[in-house]
Write a protein of this length. Structure first.
Length: 87
């Protein structure tokens, strides 16, 4: 996965600005699978780059599309509360 799609960007921003309990209550299995399989992978790589200094360039990709560090951290926190393994 090289670039973020518009759908990925919006999903990450929604995660960052949402209450995980509300999301979890309304989340169907298709959305949960997409979250884990696609957005989870992106957030894991972003997390690794921030904490382990890997050179995946997700920080630059996030910045390029307007996802700040705070938005990234909030999206990771929400994903974790939804049961997605990030680290």
């Amino acid at each position: 996965m090289n670039e973020l799609s518009l759908e990925d960007i919006e999903f990450i921003k929604i995660l960052a600005n949402s209450d995980s309990t509300i999301l979890q209550a309304g989340m169907n299995e298709v959305t949960r699978c997409r979250l884990d399989a696609q957005i989870g992978v992106i957030l894991r790589e972003y997390y690794k780059e921030n904490t382990m200094n890997t050179k995946t360039e997700w920080i630059k990709k996030f910045e390029k599309v307007g996802i700040t560090e705070d938005i990234g951290k909030a999206a990771i926190a929400c994903a974790r509360r939804l049961g997605i393994d990030i680290s």
